[in-house]
Write a protein that binds this ligand. Structure first.
Ligand SMILES: [Zn+2]
Length: 283
C-alpha cells in the first residue's frame, strides 16, 4: 500500500512560514522515510543489549533526584535538536543513569532520525587503542570520527578508565571537538563531581581539570540518588527500591552477592521506613 502522505515519493508537502512571515509550501522528508531511517539509525547506535529495552516511561522515579533527572531527560528527548546543553548524570552504580541516557538516545534517534551513538568510555578507549597503528593513523580516525560527529553521543561511565596522558588527550579531543561543533553529549559517571583533586572518588581526580571544566560548560549536572536496581529481588517493585535506597543511605547497603536472609532482614527494617515516608513513590 503506498504511503498516504507522500505516495511513496519520500517527500511530503508542509505549510511553513518563511523569514518574512509569508506562508510558503515546502517539502520535507516524509514520516515513513523518517521512521525507516530512525530504525536503521537505532541499529547503528551501538546500544548494548541489556539496555535496549530502556525508555523514559519505563524508568522508575521514586525520589526527588530521580524525578528531576527523568523530567530533564524527557525534556531533552522532546526538544532535540533545539537543546543547548547535554547532561552529566552522576550517581552511584545502579541508580539508572545509563537507563535514562539510553532512553533519551533511543527516543531522539527514533523520532528525528539523528545519528546517535552509545559507548562505554572504557570500551571506546580500548577500541581506539586496539586500532592505533603509528604507521596508519587513519584507522584510529575511523573509530574517532563517528564518535566526534554523532548528533547525540552517550559516553557511559566516564572516569572508569585510569587517567594517563594518552587517555586524557584522547578524551579531550573527543569532547572538545563535540563542544566546538555544538553537538549534544550525555555523560554518566559513578564519580562525585566535587572540586577535590586528591579524592580518588572524585570525577576531577579521574578526568582532570580541563575535562571537568569543559563538562560544566557543555552539560547540565544532575545527581541521581537511589538504590542499586541490580539488588532488587526478582519481581520486586518500588517498595523494594525504596528500601534498598534507604539501606544504602544508612551505609548498610547489601554486599553484591547477599543472601536471601540479609534481604529479609532489610525488608523488616524497611517496612518501618516506608511507613515513615508514607510509602511515597514516583511513577
Ligand atoms: Zn511517506
Amino acid at each position: 500500500m503506498p504511503c498516504e502522505l507522500c505516495d511513496d515519493t519520500g517527500w511530503k508537502p508542509v505549510d511553513a512560514i518563511d523569514a518574512t512571515g509569508v506562508s510558503v509550501r515546502r517539502v520535507v522528508r516524509c514520516d515513513c522515510r523518517r521512521d525507516l531511517l530512525g530504525q536503521q539509525r537505532l541499529v547503528a547506535a551501538n546500544i548494548p543489549k541489556r539496555y535496549q529495552h530502556c525508555t523514559i516511561a519505563s524508568f522508575t522515579a521514586y525520589n526527588e533526584s530521580l524525578e528531576k533527572a527523568a523530567t530533564h531527560a524527557a525534556q531533552i528527548a522532546r526538544a532535540f535538536p533545539a537543546v543547548g546543553k547535554g547532561l552529566l548524570l552522576e550517581g552511584q552504580p545502579g541508580v539508572g543513569k545509563t537507563h535514562l541516557a539510553v532512553a533519551v538516545l533511543k527516543q531522539v534517534v527514533q523520532t528525528t532520525g539523528a545519528r546517535g551513538l552509545f559507548y562505554d568510555t572504557r570500551d571506546l578507549l580500548r577500541l581506539i587503542r586496539s586500532t592505533y597503528d603509528p604507521a596508519i593513523r587513519t584507522t584510529e580516525l575511523e573509530v574517532l570520527r563517528p564518535v566526534m560527529s554523532a548528533d547525540l553521543l552517550v559516553l557511559d561511565d566516564l572516569g572508569a578508565e585510569k587517567t594517563s596522558e594518552w587517555v586524557e588527550e584522547t578524551m579531550n579531543l573527543i569532547v572538545n571537538t563535540r563542544y566546538n561543533e555544538r553537538r549534544l553529549t550525555i555523560f554518566t559517571t559513578n564519580y562525585k563531581d566535587i572540586p577535590d583533586d586528591t579524592d580518588p572518588d572524585s570525577l576531577l581526580f579521574r578526568v582532570g581539570y580541563r575535562m571537568r571544566s569543559r563538562l560544566h560548560e557543555m552539560c547540565e549536572s544532575l545527581v541521581m540518588d537511589g538504590a542499586d536496581y541490580r539488588e532488587m529481588p526478582v519481581n520486586g517493585g518500588v517498595d523494594d527500591l525504596l528500601m534498598l535506597w534507604k539501606a544504602r543511605k544508612r551505609g548498610t547497603a547489601l554486599p553484591a552477592r547477599s543472601g536471601r536472609q540479609a534481604r529479609a532482614q532489610l525488608r523488616d527494617q524497611g517496612q518501618a521506613d516506608l511507613k515513615w515516608s508514607g510509602g511515597r513513590a514516583g511513577s
